[in-house]
Write a protein that binds this ligand. Sequence first.
Ligand SMILES: *Cc1c(COP(=O)(O)O)cnc(C)c1O
Length: 436
Amino acid sequence: MDFYSTNSNGCRANAKNAVLQGLASDGGLYMPAEIPSLSKHFLDNLENLSFQEIAFEIAKSFFSSDINDTDLRGIIESALTFPAPVVNIHDNINTLELFHGPTLAFKDFGARFMARTMSHFLNENEKQHLTILVATSGDTGSAVAQGFLDCPNIDVIILYPAGKVSKIQEMQLTTIGHNITALEVNGTFDDCQRLVKTAFADKNLTEKFLLGSANSINIARLIPQIFYYFEAYKQLKNKKLATFFAVPSGNFGNLTACLMAKIMGLPIEKIIAATNINDVVPQYLESGVFSPHPSYQTIANAMDVGNPSNFARLQDICKKDLNTMRNYLWGLKVTDDEALQAIKEVKEKYNYTLDPHGAMGYVALSSYLKQVSIPSQGIFLETAHPAKFGDVVTKVLTENPAIPERLATCLNGKKETIKISTAYIDLKEYLLTTIN
Ligand SMILES: *Cc1c(COP(=O)(O)O)cnc(C)c1O
């Protein structure tokens, strides 16, 4: 399947170029030429399929003309080595736990699939060397780094805002070594994103090196995020109830994947966009005015995004029509206090520990379901393991969430970073002197 840019339908690429470039040459984000519809047989038969089989069918509907079945199956089997279980919290409220991967966050799904897809395409012409540039507000970086660790012919450079990620996130980013380098930017996440975007648009660099992106703008990160919505629906016992998903959102990649799942045929009644106080999308849904702003810091820092990059894809899917988007989405801003209150309440009443991001999904879902009159059920996404946010969670809980072993090991590592300013020249000089 070909992919087109959200900036102009005429700017197209085949799957290989779309995946290796990340961002389209006109600065837009790639979208599949068509969002495929899955067969009724596939949808009715979900319960008889494994997670990997579901993922394979979905991936095939996008990549069948570009990656042969055997290789695609191989990519999926080596990427999806952990489950995505649905857990009931209470009554009609469930969570989809997306933190069972190596870095304990949902971005493992996208990063691992993308890394293997890129390797697949690079192997087609062996001499290509790829440098991945990625801006992270916390979780992307470690998921990407782990996804690419020791991938031949690929280096990864991660930009993260100094002092604005949690201690654990920072250790996950900066202790890996090998083909992974962490740049500590003296600024915000938006600065990191701008630096990366500027580098991609800089001909001095792109004519010399093959640069790739790996944050949520890459279409090979987005597509695997579709998989787990089907896997979640499969696990619901009562499929007759209207089903709602609440997605804790920052750059809106995860939510865009949810919308694509709906368009592909998954019976989702409505998608709830949960944000923290960086609520440009909920505000847009209400007022019709999209006003991006510099990001504000919250306890759900992976959602601290003032100008969500995937809004361009949402607009594209909705043909820039506000009412179309309103039919698909409902948005709610959740404050830190509301999220903390939810963490406390859900632990006390239901003995389940939410992380700050999932807590915002829980609050948004609960308040939406209260106003729905049809028999319904909801799933909010637990996008990270609470142990990654122990300092936040313990503000309202008496005990620390247990730290899984795969997280504990990196905490004993040695932090290694290179410090840069928010001036683009700093990044450029670094790239020119280190890439060979
Ligand atoms: C990245 C991230 C989000 C936001 O996801 P988007 O796809 O950028 O909207 C939410 N929660 C966690 C834990 C994350 O790492």
